[in-house]
Design a protein around this ligand. Structure first.
Ligand code: NI
Length: 166
């Protein structure tokens, strides 16, 4: 396993639409291990492959509390198939160090994806897990937390990242 470098905004890789994953093999599982190690080291509750420069449709989340056992979930080629309600949560992103902003998202989501063993699954999530799934899924389409902010906040965060981001 290896801790990988997390790309920071405005790295252009973060803006790409990631491509589908054709095969869940050992190479992919190695990438997942690296992502987990990188996420726990940061530390963060989610990490998408494009954030470490791998433009493929894969993200991981672990929203377990500090004192709880880990709850790593792997989403390959995910698709959010249903959304309900609304919640506001103060989000951070490992690609925006030091930035925390209130973002409005769906309160509940239903997601379909493939796991690290190649099995497809469906999951209904709410609360922080729903936030993390929506945030990380955005990364696969090159959408960033910045894009959920109003014009003024967007400009402030953009400037802050240009100044301190690297
Ligand atoms: Ni993020």
């Amino acid at each position: 396993m290896a801790i990988r470098t997390i790309l920071h905004y405005p790295d252009p890789c973060l803006r790409e639409r990631a491509r589908d994953i054709d095969e869940v093999d050992d190479t992919l599982r190695k990438l997942i291990e690296d992502m987990a190690e990188t996420m726990y080291d940061a530390p963060g509750v989610g990490l998408a492959a494009p954030q470490i420069g791998e433009s493929v449709r894969l993200f991981i989340v672990d929203v377990a509390g500090e004192d709880d056992p880990s709850d790593l979930r792997v989403f390959i080629n995910p698709e959010i198939v249903d959304k309900n309600g609304e919640q506001i949560f103060q989000e951070g992103c490992l690609s925006f160090p030091g930035v925390y902003e209130d973002i409005t998202r769906a309160a509940e989501v239903k997601v379909r994806a493939t796991d690290e063993n190649g099995a497809s699954f469906e999951l209904e999530a709410d609360g922080l897990l729903a936030v993390a799934i929506q945030h990380e899924n955005d990364h696969l389409d090159g959408v960033l937390m910045l894009d959920h902010l109003g014009v003024l906040k967007k400009r402030i965060v953009h400037r802050k990242m240009l100044k301190h981001g690297r």
